[in-house]
Design a protein around this ligand. Sequence first.
Ligand code: UD1
Ligand code: PEP
Length: 423
Amino acid sequence: MHESKPKLIIQGGNPLRGEIRISGAKNAALPLLCAALLTEDTVRISNVPRLMDITTMLSLLKQIGVNVEDTGSSEFVLCAANLTQLTAPYDMVKTMRAAILVLGPLLARAGEAYISLPGGCAIGLRPVDQHIKGLEAMGAEISIEHGYIHAVARQLHGARIVMDIVTVTGTENLMMAATLAHGTTVIENAAREPEIVDLANCLTAMGARIHGAGSDIITVEGVPALRGAEHAVMPDRIETGTFLVAACATGGNIHLTETDPQLLDAVLDKLTECGARIDTGNRWIHLEIQQRPQSITLRTAPYPAFPTDMQAQFMSLNCIADGTAIITETIFENRLMHVQELKRMNADIRVEGNTAIVHGIPRLDGAHVMATDLRASASLVIAGLVAHGETVIDRIYHLDRGYESIEEKLSLLGASIRRTRAP
Ligand SMILES: CC(=O)N[C@H]1[C@@H](OP(=O)(O)OP(=O)(O)OC[C@H]2O[C@@H](n3ccc(=O)[nH]c3=O)[C@H](O)[C@@H]2O)O[C@H](CO)[C@@H](O)[C@@H]1O
Ligand SMILES: C=C(OP(=O)(O)O)C(=O)O
């Protein structure tokens, strides 16, 4: 008997039109939930998106001993007064790399952590050496035992840490650990992503002393203890960008609310360059395009440059754009896997190393394709929306990791999309 796995079925050709609300950011919510480990008091996090990575993170926190109250809305109330188990097991880390974010807080609060090494993943090797190097500089003793990071530190101390590479979760882990360290920690060559600022704002509300979040030098003066706080997760800039690209590719006209245009400068510039008209206001973005999009050349790089998490979606847009685009991926060494699938839909793409040369054609053909990672899945959805005929997307558990109610939102905008469990 065949195992029944959900698939998405899309009939292409409908321009996206209408209004939807953007959810809270996955990549901000994950570290924010881990920040609750840093205090015995209650932390209330609202605007948390309901998606698979959040479910996995909450299960992990519960296993560690965190009391999690699901209010039924987007607010979760966490209390880490009694930590019972200082472990992140392989089963969880393998489905969600962001589980590494419990390392810094657990070590700082409980003096020990036993976290499965994430290993490589579809988009690249993704080592965590910078997390380890930073914690060692703060006095942790770290060994790798049977595929696990075993970290011990009776009291972390402040340190000057120069990151060899700009890492988002690495910066977050060290910033969280430093809040309870003895003395001052300076993180140089820190990541500047808005999710780091969101985390710093929550930690500050909890009593942490952090300066410079959002710049490449973050200074954290350690305090003896943190207290409870309330915090609303920032809007998801990648979900926002995904819907904008989908609207642009389909010749649509959409209005996105509860988002923040200031988080998306590089993405909005590229959409304007491709011929879309964009209007923005306080927490909204409107996009309208009346002609075939122009091709867009881009290169991914750390914030504030063009985000790697939007590269795949712009690849699909370029497939049907007028002209030739050159897309260069500089963050992850294997993040062009969607190319093979897009080619099955007739896209004209040539890959040379970390660069894809995309010749736009007037129309893609619907096909049966397979999602390989989260944003690759989003690119296939966009391709399906513009393609002629039916597209069936397999392995959509990747998509469910990071998008809240994506079919419902696309349907609201007029897309023909449904989920099936057919074998
Ligand atoms: C949960 C979360 O926020 N995920 C985001 C985060 O992932 P994540 O934080 O895992 O990505 P990093 O910023 O750490 O990775 C950037 C680059 O640094 C390398 N590296 C990283 C750490 C380390 O110790 N050593 C090392 O070599 C990675 O292999 C990669 O090539 O930032 C990425 C880059 O914007 C995004 O694509 C992810 O969506
Ligand atoms: C790569 C991503 O997530 P993660 O770092 O959790 O794999 C992403 O959000 O696109």
